[in-house]
Each structure stands twice: as C-alpha cells, then as structure tokens.
Design a protein. Structure first.
Length: 70
C-alpha cells in the first residue's frame, strides 16, 4: 500500500534520524536528497507511462519535507 505524501515524508524523516546526534535539519536534508536521488533514478530507467505519476509523487514528498516544521 502506497503511503500518503505526508506519511511518506514522516517515514523518511524517521528513517534518516538514526541517532540523537543528528539534528532535525540534517535528517530533513538527508530525506530531501533521497527524494532527489529517487526522482533522478526514475527518470533514467522508466518509461513515460510510469515516470509522470511517480515523479509527481516524489516531488510532492520532497516539497512536504522542505515545508516540514519540527
């Protein structure tokens, strides 16, 4: 089951916070970078029917992460 945009953003932030020495900003930047890497990979390997909805989803997750306030 696909997570909602907000659920995916929170999930990624939780996964990027591996220990208490990493602050929120670092976790947020790691999650944003992961979204960018996913988007780049999808563009490189997928066909057009798959690319558009997937890129839109990950762009929205990235935007949610950028706007996320602790």
């Amino acid at each position: 089951m696909k997570r909602s945009i907000e659920e995916q953003a929170q999930y990624m932030l939780d996964k990027m916070t591996v220990d208490m020495n990493i602050d929120f900003w670092q976790s947020q930047q790691c999650a944003i970078n992961a979204c960018e890497m996913i988007i780049d990979e999808v563009v490189d390997v997928a066909d057009n029917a798959f690319v558009t909805p997937t890129i839109i989803y990950w762009e929205k997750v990235k935007k949610a992460l950028q706007n996320y306030k602790k």
